[in-house]
Write a protein that binds this ligand. Structure first.
Ligand code: AMP
Length: 291
């Protein structure tokens, strides 16, 4: 596995690979790799061609009071995991390489998927999806990737990126892999490292709410109001069972069209039921795409 830190070098590697007849697959990550990332790397490897993993904690997708500075960084372990899962290259640029004028320069180029970027996580994290779209556009252009793999865990991000790729006519296919969970249901996330044991236990409210929604829908319930209220009750029960220190707080619970992220009143195949909640100081997300 080769490791690159400049756009020129990863582009040259990708061009040589394509010249030899290989498609280029990209797995964008912010590092702190876990089994969820590993599943994306395996999917990229299994799609044939060459698999590149980018590791870049992207400053522009963090708000001013968010966890950019303390976001977990574990470069050596990440490279070992990427190599063990069959990656052919890691692209780990310094900030100046992707933001030549600096990430906070008053003059810079951004990609803004209007409308979609203000929905779900974009509503509570202003500027987040602008940062995501911008960095993924830079990575797709740098690698000239044929396909890029993302987790359904960040389902709203997938909607934003699909729209970006369509609107910019980028020649990359966006592929989505299922959510990888702990045995008890908690969706894997690099931010789970922040949770205390008590918070870790309360964080299960998210996956319980998601699983309950799947059960209700499979037993015939379709009304968004009913599904959302039932999910809210799971959080209320969690709070009252930890009444001494209620730590779990809903950010949003929504049923939306997965392409437009607009709320829907009735669940249909492909609707996105998405949850975000604060557990102490950590914001977690989870979701299900309804069958
Ligand atoms: P991140 O490093 O958090 O930016 O995530 C990089 C990619 O891994 C994104 O496409 C995420 O959706 C994906 N990912 C994160 N957690 C999971 C998970 N539990 N299961 C599957 N994919 C995941």
């Amino acid at each position: 596995m080769e490791i690159f830190s400049t756009v020129a070098d990863i582009r040259e590697w990708a061009r040589q690979g394509r010249g030899a007849g290989h498609a280029i697959s990209l797995v964008p990550t912010m590092g702190a790799l876990h089994a969820g990332h590993a599943s994306l790397i395996r999917a990229a490897r299994d799609s044939r061609g060459l698999a590149a993993v980018s590791i870049f904690v992207n400053p522009t997708q963090f708000g001013p009071h968010e966890d950019y500075a303390r976001y977990p960084r574990s470069f050596d372990a990440d490279c070992a995991l990427a190599e063990a899962e069959g990656a052919d290259a890691v692209f780990a640029p310094p900030v100046e390489e992707l933001y030549p004028g600096g990430a906070t320069s008053p003059i810079a180029t951004f990609v803004d998927v209007e409308g979609l970027s203000n929905r779900l996580d974009g509503a509570s994290r202003p500027g987040h999806f602008r940062g995501v779209a911008t960095v993924v556009a830079k990575l797709l252009i740098a690698t000239e990737a044929d396909r890029a793999f993302f987790g359904q865990k960040d389902a709203a991000q997938v909607a934003v990126l699909r729209r970006m790729v369509t609107d910019l006519r980028l020649p990359a296919e966006i592929l989505v892999c299922p959510i990888v969970r702990e045995p008890d249901g908690l969706a894997l996330s690099s931010r789970n490292l922040y949770l205390s044991p008590a918070e870790r236990s309360q964080a299960l409210a998210l996956s319980r709410a998601v699983r309950q929604t799947e059960t209700l829908v499979s037993s015939g319930e379709r009304h968004a109001v009913v599904l959302i209220e039932a999910a809210q009750k799971i959080f209320a029960a969690e709070r009252s069972s930890f009444a001494a220190e209620p730590q779990v707080r809903i950010d949003y619970i929504e049923l939306v069209n997965w392409a437009t992220l607009e709320p829907v009143e009735t669940a249909a195949p492909g609707s996105l039921f998405a949850v975000a909640a604060w557990v102490g100081a950590t914001r977690l997300i989870d979701n299900t795409i309804l069958g």
